[in-house]
Design a protein around this ligand. Sequence first.
Ligand SMILES: Cc1ncc(COP(=O)(O)O)c(C=O)c1O
Ligand SMILES: [Zn+2]
Length: 441
Amino acid sequence: MSKFHLHCTKCGYDIPDFKEWFDYMQKCSKCGCTIVDVEYSRDYSELKNLINAKNGDVKSIWNYFDFLPLNDKNNAISRGEGVIPLERWAFLEKFAKEEYGINIKTHAYRNDLNPGTGTFKDVAAAVAASVLKENGVTEFCIASTGNIANAYAHYLAEAGISIAVFVPREALMANEAEVNSYGQRLFRVDGDYAEAKKVAAAYSKKYNILMSGGNTDPMRVEGKKTMVFEWLRQIGEVPNVYVQALSGGTGPIAIEKAYKDLNGLGLVDKMPRFVMVQPSGCAPMTHGWEKAKMDGFPEGWLSDYPSYQNPQTKVPTLATGTPGTYPIIANLVKRTNGEIIEFNEAHLVDVARLIAYETTIRIGPAAAVAVGGFFEALHKGVLKDGDNVLVNVGEGVGRAPDFVEEMMYTTKHVSNVEECERFDREVYRQELWDKVKNMYK
Ligand SMILES: Cc1ncc(COP(=O)(O)O)c(C=O)c1O
Ligand SMILES: [Zn+2]
């Protein structure tokens, strides 16, 4: 019996392997649907043993090899991705107690520590590179707002696969540089992400090269689902609130897939409330959601959402102005009693400074959107007494040198020692917290 197959969510046909999936350009060969669930023939209760693995024994997401869509372990590409800590951020708990009178638990999920490219795209790219290698793919292409481009460029290079990356005009220079440095080809498209996707699709068609299937791509979803297994392995539970910066929404889709795998094993019950956060410069999903909420979620609400051309945002990584996955994501958010909110990006730097001060962790702009979303959720009453909150810190600051420069606030220019007074770093603490407290005054 084969290890896994791809189950079409529309017609129920079981696509036997990736070969057929790729031969039909990543569509169901019977009905043309692009959304499939990978199903495994092993007994799913074996997942429990993998989730019980001891820290030292877990080297990467390939700890979960038995439930990942690869046949031969020798094809696994890995840099040790996915084995990243959940850290208790007590200073946020203290803030919630003092300012809002609620007791919550808060963990940060440190995707900035991923050893591939330092974002939560590494787990997806590791699985994709391995599957492509196993299936003899030598050329691939992808459209990306930035981080997935880096991760794929890196992991596919390790697999010896050439990838053409299409990014929008506004993509960060550091993303471009990193893709280039791996010897992968980058096309900067004169337009927004929707435009970059169009050119990438045309390239894929012209040369008959496979293109990454976007947020529902089974290789990406299978990679990202392992985050739920890691939460269970590391802290023995899935927190009941999940906060993440939202672009296309692979994160929540992957969490739902993990829950399908874990179904009936007694390890989890309900999915966490999804609190998804968009930057104010590009928040089409938030706007669709707010409208639907105001109208009482009328019939057809899932297909009623705006599309923004050339969104201007400080966070190009999250600049999905035409959110084709809105119907999937909004439906998931609704089912979990979650929220899609936005965070005023004028305050991103203040949030990142505060986190660096309190933890010495320098988070990137997309991660600052998630942490900002935590404050926003507190302010809006979305977080409740007793909640156990996980904030996905999706990236470190490495990708955004301009953002690092904006974080400066202590420099004083001097010409002699008379101008240099001693200092105590405590003086900054109040200042930084006041900035955050004053966001809503
Ligand atoms: C750091 C970071 N956080 C969050 C996201 C959003 O991921 P998604 O909306 O696909 O779940 C991205 C996507 O580019 C990202 O790079
Ligand atoms: Zn089908």
